[in-house]
Design a protein around this ligand. Structure first.
Ligand code: COA
Length: 167
C-alpha cells in the first residue's frame, strides 16, 4: 500500500531545473545515449500521469510517461525516467510513484505500459519480460530489460512491431 505520508503532485514547469539535476545524479551523462531516451525525445510527456514526489519542499523523486505507438496501436505508454534521490531510497517513493501512475494510466484507457529496466525491481508491480523480438525499439536494448505491464488482461500479445514516440 502507498504510504499516505508521501506527497505527490503532477509535474509543473517550475520543477524542470530540480528534475534535470536529479536525473544527472540518478543516471549520469550516459542518460542521453539510452534508447529509451531516443524514444522520449520524439514524444510528448503525459502531464496528468507524470508526477513528482516531495519530502517537504525537497524533490525526492519523479516519474514520467510518454505516449507511444507500437505497430498500429497507441493505447500504450513508455514509463521513464523513474528516479528517486539516493537520500530517500528504500522509503517507498518509487513504489508510490509507480502505483499512482499505473492507476491513472489504467483509468485513462491505456492497456500496456512498457519500460526498459530491472525486472527484479519492476516485477512487484506486475511487469514481465516482453518476448524477444515482439516489440522493437529504435536502438539497442538488452532484451531481458524490455518489460511490460498489462493494464488489461492479456494485453501484451496485442502489441507487436516498432515503437515510435507520439508528440
Ligand atoms: C530504482 C529506484 C527508482 C527505486 O526507488 P525507491 O524509492 O528506492 O524504491 P522503493 O522504496 O519503492 O522500493 C525499495 C525496494 O526496491 C529494491 N530495489 C531498488 N532498486 C532495485 C533494483 N534495481 N533491483 C531490484 N530491487 C531494487 C530495494 O532493495 C528495496 O527492496 P525492499 O523493499 O525489499 O527493501 C531508485 O533506486 C532510483 O531512482 N535509482 C536510480 C535510477 C534508476 O535506476 N531508475 C530506474 C530505471 S528506469
Amino acid at each position: 500500500m502507498t504510504d499516505p505520508e508521501i506527497l505527490m503532485r503532477p509535474e509543473r514547469e517550475e520543477d524542470i531545473q530540480a528534475l534535470n539535476d536529479l536525473a544527472a545524479r540518478a543516471f549520469g551523462p550516459g542518460r542521453f545515449a539510452r534508447t529509451a531516451h531516443r524514444v522520449r525525445e520524439s514524444a510528448s510527456v503525459v502531464e496528468a500521469l507524470s508526477h513528482t514526489a516531495w519530502f517537504g519542499d525537497e524533490l525526492a523523486g519523479s516519474i514520467r510517461f510518454a505516449p507511444i505507438q507500437i505497430g498500429e496501436r497507441s493505447d500504450v505508454l513508455l514509463l521513464g525516467p523513474l528516479m528517486v534521490d539516493a537520500k530517500w531510497a528504500g522509503k517507498g517513493y518509487g513504489r508510490a510513484l509507480i502505483e499512482k501512475g499505473l492507476e491513472l494510466a489504467k483509468a485513462q484507457g491505456f492497456t500496456l505500459v512498457l519500460l526498459v529496466g530491472d525486472l527484479p525491481y519492476y516485477k512487484r508491480f506486475g511487469f514481465q519480460r516482453v518476448p524477444p523480438g515482439q516489440i522493437v525499439l529504435p536502438g539497442p536494448v538488452d532484451p531481458s530489460r524490455l518489460l511490460g505491464v498489462e493494464l488489461s488482461p492479456g494485453a501484451l500479445k496485442n502489441f507487436e512491431g516498432s515503437v515510435k514516440g507520439i508528440c
